[in-house]
Design a protein around this ligand. Structure first.
Ligand SMILES: C[S@@+](CC[C@H](N)C(=O)[O-])C[C@H]1O[C@@H](n2cnc3c(N)ncnc32)[C@H](O)[C@@H]1O
Length: 228
């Protein structure tokens, strides 16, 4: 199997590539991959965990009207959120301007029109910086899928998002009946422990995925804000 470059971006954080797999295997030919500094971030073949991330947030928040997503990526979480008519406003934070442009330009056919939905406000900004300056209880659900998780960081700076202080801040940006939901490639007992300390209740949700013929899991953490 080889890969063609669909688009390339050189940024302050390094190189971001959108690749297309070329192979005789019709099941995976044409699959798109997002890579940052050579590290696999996601592809368009296994998007169930990105979609379950959205479904878990929609189920966990009592009234998911205002939703924040950290990490547009290839747009599958945003697309899944938009299928729910209760979502009135969806703020999407993406740190890489070219990733936003690629999705807007339709380079990812499956999600080509997600950013055209009038409920979406997309911002090119670090989600941590945005959360720091927004008011408490601004969102009914906050979803973070900005990296491969605390154990496999693509951007070292994102370590700050998984600290006790940042988790407490993320929870404080949720309404009292809202939820903070995080995605991680690996299960992180340390993250789960920090979330337990910062919230009223936390659930760890493993999501089964098949990666290159291997059965494994990605991991979601669904946390509810402490009582105010
Ligand atoms: C795994 S992808 C997100 C996948 C997305 N859930 C989907 O359905 O396609 C992670 C994205 O987060 C972005 N990102 C990384 N760090 C970020 C940060 N601190 N703030 C905002 N976006 C960030 C990356 O550029 C990448 O596009």
């Amino acid at each position: 199997m080889s890969r063609d470059i669909v688009a390339r971006s050189g940024t302050a954080r390094g190189e971001v590539l959108l690749l297309r797999r070329t192979t005789d295997d019709t099941a995976i030919a044409g699959v798109l991959e997002l890579r940052v500094n050579g590290v696999f971030v996601m592809d368009t073949l296994n998007v169930s965990s990105e979609q379950v991330l959205a479904h878990q947030a929609l189920a966990a928040a009592a009234h998911p009207r205002r939703v924040l997503v950290g990490g547009l990526g290839l747009g599958f979480t945003v697309q899944a959120l938009l299928t729910d008519a209760r979502v009135e406003r969806l703020v999407v934070l993406e740190i890489e301007p070219d990733v936003v442009r690629w999705v807007q330009d339709g380079l990812v056919p499956e999600t080509a029109d997600v950013l055209d939905d009038p409920r979406v406000e997309v911002r090119v900004q670090d989600v941590a910086a945005y959360l720091a300056q927004c008011e408490p209880a601004s969102f009914d659900a906050v979803l973070l899928d900005v990296d491969n998780g605390p154990g496999q960081l693509v951007y070292e700076r994102n370590a700050g998002l998984y600290t006790s202080g940042a988790l407490a801040r993320g929870l404080s940006r949720c309404t009292s009946d809202g939820a903070l939901v995080l995605w991680s490639a690996e299960h992180s007992p340390a993250l789960l422990k920090r979330l337990h300390r910062a919230s009223t209740s936390v659930r760890h949700v493993p999501v089964a995925v098949t990666l290159q013929g291997r059965e494994t899991h990605y991991h979601l953490y669904v946390a509810h804000p402490p009582r105010r």
